[in-house]
Design a protein around this ligand. Structure first.
Ligand SMILES: NC(=O)c1ccc[n+]([C@@H]2O[C@H](COP(=O)([O-])OP(=O)(O)OC[C@H]3O[C@@H](n4cnc5c(N)ncnc54)[C@H](OP(=O)(O)O)[C@@H]3O)[C@@H](O)[C@H]2O)c1
Length: 345
């Protein structure tokens, strides 16, 4: 049985719609008919720069929402017909999401509650994983701040009264960081963004939204005006050189700064940690956290504790993802681009 898939033919080569076999779910896996897949910056970066992937042709895509078509041996938490969301895997094209059918690992695949559409659900897995791993992965102190997760019993409000700085609150990752920080009780939750996004971000839990164009010294001064408490947790969801250095300057001794891209912090000192994050719930290093998060995810989404990113749907099925990746490369604001693989001509 074959399906349509968006292939990256060669390293840094062209993206083309073609066919691929429909994979068979193995032990602990489910086959998902993908109704919505979200685009992430890493997808255009892989296509343009050849990161992460060793074997070509390859299929990209790290976010899927759809319907379970078949369950593999040993799967007990999901059944055929369930509406689900899952995080794809780089370099494993059976688990990639720019295709009409993908595999999901059942223990890190969650049911979508009725209040969310497939498009909304597709915005969640990779962005939320990146937020969750960066802040709350207790077994990976080198790749996380290592805080206690707010979705676990006793986690809500645990960090009440502690400030957090989130650079890039309007990004997909930044929005999930704000929401998890709110659940964990952080206060104030200070973020940077274009000021037109202020109300949206306050609705998600930010208490203060500062203009992303403020120069470093002005940003440091604004944060000091907001809180006199030491800022021991900072998350830079943008991680350009200037944002990293501003966040590191604001970070108090004993604190940790999460970075989503390679580090370019200058004048580092031993008393402040810099933690790189790998936002994927499937990989062995993050799987335990992923299983814990996914065991609570449906409830978090159903009661609105975690809300999806705003969505812009791309036309033309898988073909439309090619233009979507170009659009993402040019930059989007407060929106996740989502494609519909089933609508491929
Ligand atoms: N390490 C990992 O595992 C991992 C995982 C996911 C993502 N990432 C990386 O994380 C970055 C963000 O990904 P994403 O999907 O969240 O991005 P995105 O949603 O495409 O980011 C777009 C947003 O970035 C904001 N922004 C851009 N420059 C900014 C700046 N200097 N200061 C503050 N905000 C700024 C814009 O905010 P305004 O609209 O307010 O201007 C815009 O809304 C990307 O570089 C991505 O590759 C890494």
């Amino acid at each position: 049985m074959s399906q349509k898939a968006l292939w990256l033919k060669t390293e840094k080569g062209s993206l083309e719609v073609g066919t691929a076999p429909i994979p068979k779910p193995g032990e602990g896996e489910v086959l998902i008919k993908v109704h919505s897949t979200a685009l992430n910056p890493v997808d255009w970066k892989i296509a343009a720069h050849g990161y992460f992937i060793e074997k070509y042709p390859a299929i990209l895509g790290g976010d899927a929402a759809g319907v379970v078509e078949e369950v593999g041996p040993g799967v007990t938490n999901l059944k055929k017909g369930d509406r689900v969301l899952t995080n794809g895997v780089f370099g494993n094209y059976e688990h990639a999401t720019f295709q009409q059918y993908t595999l999901g690992y059942a223990d890190v695949t969650g049911k979508i509650p009725d209040n969310l559409t497939f498009d909304q659900a597709a915005t969640i897995p990779l962005g939320l994983a990146t937020a969750a791993v960066g802040l709350f992965h207790q077994d990976a102190p080198s790749g996380s701040v290592g805080l206690f997760p707010p979705w676990e019993d006793g986690g809500r409000g645990k960090y009440a009264g502690e400030p957090i700085l989130i650079i890039g609150g309007a990004s997909s990752v930044g929005q999930y960081v704000i929401q998890l920080a709110k659940l964990a009780g952080f206060s104030p939750i200070i973020t940077t963004a274009s000021l037109r996004n202020t109300e949206v971000l306050k609705g998600q839990g930010a208490t203060h939204v500062l203009d992303r164009t403020l120069p470093k010294d002005a940003l440091v001064a604004e944060v000091k005006k907001i809180t006199s408490a030491p800022v021991k947790v900072a998350y830079d969801a943008i991680s350009e050189a200037d944002t990293q250095n501003a966040a590191y300057t604001i970070l108090a001794p004993g604190g940790a700064l999460v970075l989503v891209l390679n580090e370019s912090v200058e004048n580092k000192t031993d008393d402040k940690r810099v933690v790189p994050v790998f936002g994927n719930t499937n990989v062995p290093a993050n799987r335990k956290l992923g299983v814990s998060l996914y065991s609570k995810l449906t409830a978090l989404l159903a009661d609105g504790a975690v809300k999806p990113n705003p969505v812009e749907v791309l036309p033309n099925g898988l073909q439309g993802i090619i233009a979507g990746l170009e659009k993402l490369k040019q930059g989007v604001s407060n929106v996740k681009l989502v494609g519909h693989p089933q609508e491929t001509a």
